[in-house]
Design a protein around this ligand. Structure first.
Ligand code: COA
Length: 565
């Protein structure tokens, strides 16, 4: 079938559905929901058998749904209606929630149901639930709906009963710091994370709060900021305290809290953690290390997978320390939602807002990423593994590839390319790491085509080493099992010798420093050169500017010479 994905943005759910449908032999094209007339034009060009809308922020025009069957992915159970479905479910602390695929018609979310799937609702950030449970359920439901449509015999039924839930307003989200307990504060911020955040104030300044995490021991006067640690601020509640990792100040962008309030937080006492070796059960800790037998596990929970200069430097220090441990295998776990998305574009943008230079901060950040990648590539005493449980993009993919083995959860999406960010050339030693895995030609194609890869596809082309099934806990259990097995392999010493020998040979042929210098020549041009494309693209990315057209590599129906097959 020809299936048009009509979407607000090419987010990870849209990427996953596109890849899954393509793998089942369908022809997929993408159109961003820019205006009714643009959608009408796209549909006329592509003449789809079916339109699937994974992520829309407004209704589909009658001129479109009356001509083509349009299936909407609604992040709510059958019968649920309204634009804040997931927000309400998290806010109410419901134990179970779902995704419904319904047919677009005049009344919003009221059309016949083509498929639905339910899941246990985790107490977590909305964006995290969206990237895991919602995406998984939506994939199951959309594939079933498409099969049902293809069968020609399925008759969709309307939900037996339905309930309209209004847009959740900031008044519904408001926190009363003198009344709300820690669990309520967490639930409210989670229900608004990553968008729109909870409107509140810090240091008497209005801002939106994101990225909350409970604190078990520190206490203070309810509502007051009582401590800081790295990028987070700790705020007391009536029965405990909550770390606020990110905030968005008025007319600004979402930033690490201590950076957004750099001046104000100067007088806030530090609550440092003294070592990496602990599992943070009830406090804020973005880097931590665990060990099990001869396997070390290094976790880095960076919000949105974005890695600013200092985060790279701290992670590199932790890695250097972990390399000295008496382990045979070192697993880099990344975070729950993302393994890494490369340099921190918001922090870079903030450098220019503060009167500094975004180019300088970009340069510092990519150098810190490269130092981290180098630390990984040159690990001699352990076999290194990247356990990619969440999505990863751009430089994050190549940081993962800097390990010896990359194991990816089958639901994760990889975007191992840079060009979408204003034609960025990219570094992280990708010119060394990528061709030796997939060959020169495939490396060029990956960079040029800018298509997301499913874990399965990445395995087929040799970019990764294993694709493991299951949700995040099951994936992590399997990673632990396989890493333990690897650490006890009788020929591990030989394996290490072979790896170090290969590295030495590669170094003789062309030193890593040369790869880096070549990449950084291009990056210098991206950051400081005449063409500002990277700065413009970054600006639009962090400010979430609305798209004015669909990129041509996604909208095949807009290719020159496109003809209906
Ligand atoms: N720096 C700062 N923020 C980043 C980021 C980065 N490198 N990558 C992603 N984010 C943020 C997004 O702005 C978004 O923020 P929000 O919480 O305000 O919504 C959040 O992470 C999730 O991103 P989103 O695009 O919705 O996630 P996705 O899973 O649908 O898509 C990517 C993943 C990787 C395809 C996409 O985020 C992307 O293109 N990121 C930029 C990668 C990049 O160019 N890095 C720099 C070069 S190394």
């Amino acid at each position: 079938m020809r299936i048009l994905l009509l979407t607000h943005a090419f987010n990870s759910l849209t990427q996953r559905l596109g890849a899954e449908l393509r793998q089942r032999g369908h022809m997929i094209s993408v159109e961003f929901d820019i205006s009714d007339s643009v959608t009408e034009e796209a549909a006329a060009l592509f003449a789809p058998d079916l339109i699937v809308a994974p992520y829309l922020r407004r209704a589909i025009a009658e001129s479109v749904w009356s001509h083509y069957l349009c299936l909407i992915v609604h992040p709510g159970e059958a019968g649920d209606r309204g634009p804040s479905a997931l927000d309400w479910a998290i806010d109410k602390g419901l134990p179970e929630w779902g995704v419904t695929v319904l047919q677009a018609e005049a009344a919003m979310d009221a059309g016949p149901v083509w498929a639905s799937a339910n899941f246990c609702l985790r107490a977590a950030k909305k964006a995290s639930v969206y990237r895991h449970e919602v995406t998984q359920a939506a994939t199951v439901a959309v594939l079933q709906a498409v099969e049902r449509f293809a069968s020609g015999s399925f008759v969709p039924q309307r939900a037996i009963s339905s309930q309209w839930q209004p847009l959740m307003k900031q008044a519904d989200r408001a926190i009363d710091w003198q009344l709300d307990d820690t669990a309520t504060v967490l639930r409210k911020i989670n229900a608004a994370d990553g968008f729109p955040g909870v409107a509140d104030s810090l240091f008497g300044q209005p801002c939106h709060l994101f990225d909350a995490c409970v604190e078990a021991t520190l206490r203070g006067t309810p509502g007051e900021v009582i401590a800081q640690r790295e990028t987070a601020l700790l705020r007391a509640t009536v029965d405990g305290a909550v770390w606020i990792g990110h905030v968005k100040r008025a007319r600004s962008i979402k930033l690490p809290a201590t950076l957004a309030f750099a001046g104000e937080s100067a007088s806030v006492p530090y609550a440092p953690l003294l070592d990496w070796w602990r599992v943070p059960s009830a406090t804020w800790q973005d880097i931590f290390y665990e060990e099990s037998g001869a396997v070390g596990f290094l976790h880095f929970e960076f919000y949105n997978g974005a890695m600013a200069t200092q985060q790279c430097e701290r992670l590199r220090a932790a890695l250097a320390w972990a390399k000295l441990r008496p382990t045979h295998v070192l697993v880099l776990m990344g975070g729950q939602d993302f393994w890494s998305n490369g340099i921190h574009l918001n922090v870079i943008e903030a450098a220019s807002l503060a009167g500094g230079s975004a180019a300088d901060e970009s340069w510092r950040n990519i150098n810190a990423m490269n130092d981290l990648a180098l630390e990984l590539i040159t690990t001699e005493r352990q076999i290194t593994v990247a356990a990619v449980g969440g999505n990863t993009g751009a430089g994050g993919c190549f940081l993962a590839r800097a390990t010896d083995l990359v194991w990816v959860r089958d639901a994760a999406m990889l975007n191992p390319h840079y060009k979408n960010m204003g034609n960025l050339y990219g570094s992280e030693y990708w010119t060394y790491l990528l061709p030796r895995r997939v060959g020169q030609e495939a490396a060029q194609a990956i960079m040029h085509n800018r298509q997301p890869l499913t874990a399965q596809r990445a395995l087929e082309i040799g970019f990764i080493d294993a694709c493991l099934a299951g949700d995040v806990p099951a994936f992590r259990a399997e990673v632990t099992r396989q890493a333990t097995e690897l650490a006890s392999e009788p020929d591990l010493t030989l394996r290490l010798a072979a790896k170090n020998g290969a590295r030495l040979r590669d170094e003789t042929i062309k030193p890593l420093a040369t790869y880096r210098a070549e990449e950084m020549t291009h990056m210098h041009r991206n950051f400081y050169g005449f063409d500002p494309s990277y700065h413009v693209a970054r600006h639009h990315f962090v400010y979430k500017s609305l798209a004015s057209w669909t990129p041509r590599h996604l909208a095949i129906h807009r290719e020159l010479g496109w003809k209906l097959p």
